[in-house]
Design a protein around this ligand. Structure first.
Ligand code: FE2
Ligand code: FE2
Length: 282
C-alpha cells in the first residue's frame, strides 16, 4: 500500500447561490480573501515578534547570569563582553562561515558561567590554589556546560560546548576530558586563545596587566601545545588588528544592553545549525 492510497478524493467546486455568497463573503469573495490574508500576515508577524522577544529574554537572562559569575571573580564584566567580539573576528579571519562567527560572538561571553557554582573561598582566594582547590576551580567548565544544558537552540548548544571545553588543550593535557586536537569543538579552541589574550592584558586584583610583547610571546609558545596551531597562528598574524579591536571596545565602553541589541538585529539562520560531535552534559 502506497502513500497515495491514503490521499483524499479531489475537492469538487461548490456552487453558492448569490444570497449565500453575499452572506458568507460580504464585499465579495476576493475582498474577504484579502482580509483573511491580511489577518494571517498580521498573526504571523505577531507570532514572530513574540518568538523574538522570548529568545531575546532567554539570551539576556543567561548573559546576565554569565556576568554575575564574572563579577564573582572580581571583574568588571568587560572581559566577558569583549571575548565575543574577539572570537568572532578570529573566526572570520580563519575563513569560517559568517553564521558561525556571529554565533560565536553571542555564545563566547558565557564561557565562564560555571564560576557561579564555585565557592568564594576558592574563587576569591588571593594566593595560589592547593591541588584540591585547583580541582574545585576546574569544575567550573563542567558546571557551565550543565547550566547551559543539552539545548536544542544552536546558540546554547555552542555556548555549552565553549563553557565545557574552553580549558581543554590541543595536546590533550587540558580539562575536564583531556580531549585533543579536533576532538575539541572549534568554538572552544578559538575562545581558549582569545580568553587567554584578553585576560592577560587586563589588570587583576592580584597582578597588573602584562605587557603586549610578553602576551604575544606566551601565545607563540603555546601554539600546538595549549592552542590549535591554526587558531594560534591566525591570532599572531593579526595580533595588531585584534589589539585595535580590543582597544576600540574598551573606548566605546560596551554595555550588556548594547551587546544584546546588537546581536538581536541578526536573527539566526539555518546555517547556524552545524553538524556536531558533541559531549552530552547531564
Ligand atoms: Fe574558564
Ligand atoms: Fe574568561
Amino acid at each position: 500500500m502506497s502513500a497515495m492510497d491514503f490521499s483524499l478524493p479531489p475537492a469538487r467546486p461548490v456552487a453558492l447561490d448569490d444570497d449565500v455568497e453575499a452572506a458568507v463573503f460580504p464585499g465579495g469573495p476576493s475582498a474577504q480573501m484579502e482580509r483573511m490574508l491580511h489577518d494571517l500576515a498580521r498573526m504571523y508577524q505577531e507570532r514572530n515578534d513574540a518568538l523574538a522577544d522570548a529568545s531575546r529574554a532567554h539570551y539576556e537572562a543567561v548573559l546576565r547570569l554569565s556576568l554575575a559569575a564574572e563579577f564573582k571573580d572580581d571583574d568588571t564584566g568587560e572581559h566577558v563582553l569583549r571575548i565575543g567580539f574577539l572570537a568572532e573576528r578570529v573566526a572570520s579571519l580563519m575563513g569560517e562561515r559568517p553564521g558561525f562567527a556571529q554565533l560565536l560572538r553571542k555564545a563566547a561571553p558565557m564561557h565562564d558561567i560555571g564560576k557561579i557554582g564555585i565557592p568564594d573561598s576558592v574563587l576569591k582566594k588571593p594566593g595560589p590554589l592547593t591541588p584540591e582547590e585547583r580541582q574545585v576551580m576546574n569544575r567550573h567548565a563542567e558546571i557551565g556546560a550543565r547550566i547551559l544544558g543539552n539545548s536544542r537552540v544552536p546558540l546554547f548548544r555552542m555556548a555549552a560546548d565553549i563553557a565545557g571545553h574552553h580549558h581543554e588543550r590541543y595536546d590533550g593535557r587540558g580539562y575536564p576530558h583531556g580531549l585533543a586536537g579536533e576532538e575539541i569543538p572549534l568554538s572552544a579552541r578559538i575562545v581558549s586563545v582569545v580568553d587567554f589574550l584578553d585576560a592577560l592584558l587586563m589588570d587583576r586584583v592580584y597582578r597588573a596587566a602584562m605587557p603586549v610583547p610578553q602576551v604575544q610571546a606566551m601565545i607563540e609558545a603555546e601554539v600546538g601545545r595549549a592552542f590549535d596551531p591554526r587558531v594560534g597562528r591566525t591570532v599572531l598574524v593579526h595580533f595588531d588588528e585584534l589589539l585595535a579591536l580590543r582597544q576600540r571596545l574598551i573606548l566605546e565602553g560596551l554595555t550588556v544592553a548594547q551587546l544584546i541589541d546588537h546581536v538581536h538585529r541578526e536573527p539566526l539562520s539555518r546555517e547556524d545549525l552545524w553538524p556536531a560531535r558533541r559531549t552530552q552534559w547531564n
